[in-house]
Design a protein around this ligand. Sequence first.
Ligand SMILES: Cc1cc2nc3c(=O)[nH]c(=O)nc-3n(C[C@H](O)[C@H](O)[C@H](O)COP(=O)(O)O)c2cc1C
Length: 158
Amino acid sequence: MKSLVVYDSVFGNTEELARAVAGVLASGGVVAMKRPEEASAADLSGVELLVVGSPTRAFRPTPATMAFIKQLAPDALRRVRVAAFDTRIDVEKIDNRFLSLMVKTFGYAAKPIAKALRKKGGSAAAEPAGFSVADKEGPLVEGERERAEEWARTLMPS
Ligand SMILES: Cc1cc2nc3c(=O)[nH]c(=O)nc-3n(C[C@H](O)[C@H](O)[C@H](O)COP(=O)(O)O)c2cc1C
């Protein structure tokens, strides 16, 4: 299976998970990794699984992540299985009622990524997934890397 992992990351946490996901997928075939600014439709040639990861910033994926998906043709992902993940700050850990309410209302990055991927014809390989960082710059909460690897294993065809 040929896979492509497109990931954005400001402080390195999403990148760490993207590498962990790619490591798992590599046991089932060829994996390429790209930042969204560097990825294009040409990178999708022969790709059966596309995984897109982004930090959640202001309740959304990064602009570069969405720009990558947006520039794809409407049916670019017609034969591609797709999956989305994000990194985020766990709402239970936010000590600010207003922000906590905002997060509950507007959510995180993975769902809008998954929706945009499906809009381009992709079929969901898994539910969108979120992984927690302890603070803005990280580190990842303990166990999240392993949970991401577990999630990645569910993306592999059985
Ligand atoms: C400007 C800014 C906005 C952020 N907005 C959110 C948010 O809306 N929801 C959330 O859960 N985390 C938010 N965060 C925390 C990020 O999700 C966190 O920095 C990110 O997961 C770290 O991933 P990275 O190391 O790959 O950049 C924000 C962080 C920054 C710096």
